[in-house]
Design a protein around this ligand. Structure first.
Ligand code: ADP
Ligand code: MG
Length: 626
């Protein structure tokens, strides 16, 4: 097959162009990571081929050799080449893989970079793991020659990383017999990567534990020497593996750049045999809240990589990285059938329970580390409270909360129940988006006055699990903005006086307000929960929590919000004075409507009719001043 067609020049996708610009101009100090990225891609390509060979052994083509990665140095030409005999890429694959960014979380990453201060963007690059494009940190031109396994055609991709790239079909002899050759034309200041000892040290340190052997050629015509054995780290005994080795493996296999906060390496024996190597990251991955993102645990069967889509861990543990290597799944099973396999579901159960148990251990033995974990991933773990009924107890035990008693710290439900008041029958919570505003909402007053702790829930997910009918040690969760507060059985703390019953006058005023507001509210009633404010809004008994209602309405998932109940504090001085007004006073009507708007504003809403609101306010102020 001859192919002399002129190269086709294409522009990078906008996101790639931005990323490349960052990379070319970055002063990111740790440029060595480009080697880790290229070697990890080469290893992935070999592992993909190993899997495809199971069903089609003819894919080896002319290259019958074992999987291998070869790095070749050429000081004279200032070039570094990374070659693998893996799955390879066709012309179309090259355009798709090296012209776009498929990686989830890219958008979140780009937004962070755009918002970052001068100089900080470069640090972020390291955290995101830029993959193939990191080659442009050290090279001013990159050539890729590739041949897809089983194909007779070879293709050449080339770019200077400045906005465009070219692709063209080439003579098969220009590419490896199978797999991919990536040639970096090194920048002047990156010439040191052609120095054999330094480069070998970098490769073995960063990538010494990938599951494919690595060879190094000091010069193009030198003998290739093996510098990494390709023995998968997880197959070695735990006692022989150092913390650095685990970290390097975590970084190269999981594409993370931090240290693992927790490393889990064990072998399950018995009914099913499998090895687990899993890591809890210290930093939040950029794609944590990406709706498409499920897990990042890879499935191997007897050292052969099968898939990273087996959902070994539930979604609420999607921050975990690592792999499971099964001994008893059949190798020739298709990816689709694996999903249905009872062996896989046994593995899923086992690994999930183990991860939760390790988190429990961490919580009891290293409070600071657990706190850091919770601050990063608590919002994700809480999804499990409504997704995983069977493990709800364990998850409730792991959960931590801000509350009216927590200060800057975190409270567990055990802490909460341990400090519960006599006659208190529920675990009270308030939900909202802003912690400070929540802590000062009027609905909390009566609870505070009685020393009753209230959980302050500010994660979006909170509104969902609290309404899932959950209880903890027999105590239901109850919103402070929902239904009757029923606090009368719990005495006020010292200094709050006694809760005197509402006078007849106040009763009359409340009846008036109710008649006045008519359809705008579900009810107007005396409040148990207010001690300092005059009014507040709550949800009617058995109605949806008001914050959840707002959330659903905001997402367009609710047609009409339920009408709120206006609660009035009969002990408040203002209410006393309004109640004493003559029945025909014009002020009474303005006051009734202003009270409702005041309660709305305290909830972060707007008055229902801003013009009428200002007119009323002006009248009332005018009277007071006149
Ligand atoms: P990631 O590895 O996270 O997918 P990269 O930027 O490192 O992202 O690589 C982009 C894509 O390019 C890979 O997903 C793969 O499809 C392709 N690719 C890169 N290097 C190779 C290689 N040596 N062999 C085959 N495909 C490759
Ligand atoms: Mg990669």
């Amino acid at each position: 097959m001859t192919t002399d067609a002129a190269p086709e020049t294409r522009s990078f996708e906008a996101d790639v162009a931005r990323l490349l610009h960052l990379m070319v101009h970055a002063v990111y100090s740790d440029k060595d990571v480009f080697l880790r990225e290229l070697i990890s891609n080469a290893a992935d390509a070999c592992e993909k081929l190993r899997y495809e060979l199971l069903s089609d052994p003819s894919l080896t083509g002319e290259d019958a050799g074992q999987p291998r990665i070869t790095v070749t140095l050429d000081a004279d030409a200032r070039q570094l080449t990374v070659e693998d005999n893996g799955i390879g890429m066709s012309e179309v694959d090259l355009v798709e893989a090296l012209g776009t960014i498929a990686r989830s979380g890219t958008k979140a990453f780009m937004d962070r970079v755009a918002a970052a201060k001068e100089g900080e963007g470069a640090q972020l690059i390291g955290q995101f793991g830029v993959g193939f494009y990191s080659a442009f940190m050290v090279a001013d031109r990159v050539d890729v020659f590739s041949r897809r396994a089983g194909s007779g055609a070879a293709a050449h991709w080339s770019s200077d990383g400045l906005g465009t790239y070219s692709v063209q079909l080439v003579e098969p002899s220009a590419a490896p017999a199978r797999g991919t050759r990536i040639i970096l034309h090194l920048k002047e200041d990156a010439a040191s990567y052609t120095e054999p000892h330094a480069t070998q040290r970098i490769i073995t340190a960063q990538s010494g534990h990938v599951a494919v052997p690595i060879f190094l050629k000091d010069k193009p015509d030198a003998e290739a020497r093996q510098i990494a054995d390709g023995v998968a780290l997880w197959t070695r005994p735990k006692s022989e593996i150092t913390a650095e080795e685990y970290t390097d493996f975590y970084r190269s296999a999981a594409g993370q750049f931090d240290e693992p906060a927790l490393t889990l390496h064990y072998r399950a024996e018995g009914l099913h045999e499998y090895s687990v190597l899993a890591f809890l990251p210290q930093m939040r991955p950029f794609d944590l809240f990406d709706p498409d993102r499920s897990g990042r645990m890879k499935l191997y069967v007897r050292r052969v990589f099968i898939t990273d889509e087996a959902e070994i861990l539930p979604r609420y543990l999607r921050f975990m990285r690592g792999l499971v290597d099964s001994n008893d799944l059949p190798l020739n099973v298709s990816r689709e059938m694996i999903q249905e396999s009872p062996v896989l579901s046994a593995i899923q159960k086992g690994v999930t329970s183990r991860v939760l148990a390790e988190l429990e251990k961490l919580a009891s033995k290293d409070v600071d580390a657990y706190r850091a974990f919770w601050e990063n991933f608590g919002a994700v773990l809480k999804e499990g409270l409504y997704e995983d009924f069977a493990r709800r107890e364990a998850l409730l035990g792991l959960a931590r909360f801000r509350s009216t008693a927590s200060g800057e710290g975190w409270r567990s439900l055990a802490d909460y129940v341990g400090a519960i008041k006599d006659n208190q029958t529920a675990i009270y919570y308030a939900t909202g988006s802003d912690l400070d505003r929540l802590a000062s909402s009027p609905q909390l007053e009566g609870f505070r006055a009685r020393g009753i702790e209230v959980l302050l829930l500010t994660d979006q997910v909170d509104s969902f699990w609290v309404t899932a009918g959950i209880d903890y040690q027999g105590k239901p969760f109850k919103s402070v903005t929902q239904g009757l507060a029923d606090l009368s059985l719990i005495p006020l703390a010292d200094g709050h006086g006694a809760a005197a019953p509402a006078s007849e006058e106040v009763g009359g005023f409340i009846a008036y307000v109710k008649a006045m507001l008519g359809d705008e509210v579900a009810d107007v009633r005396v409040s148990e929960r207010l001690t300092e404010s005059a009014v507040c809004l709550v949800a009617p008994d058995n109605a949806m929590d008001r914050q959840l209602e707002k959330l659903l309405a905001g997402a367009g998932r609710l047609d009409a919000a339920a009408k709120p109940v206006l609660e009035i504090n009969p002990r408040h001085e203002l209410i006393g004075r309004l109640s004493a007004l003559a029945e025909d006073s014009a002020l009474r009507e303005d006051a009734a409507r202003l009270l409702l708007d005041e309660a709305r504003i305290a909830d972060g809403e707007l008055p229902s009719d801003p013009r009428a609101f200002s007119a009323r306010l002006a009248r009332v102020i005018g009277q007071a001043a006149g």
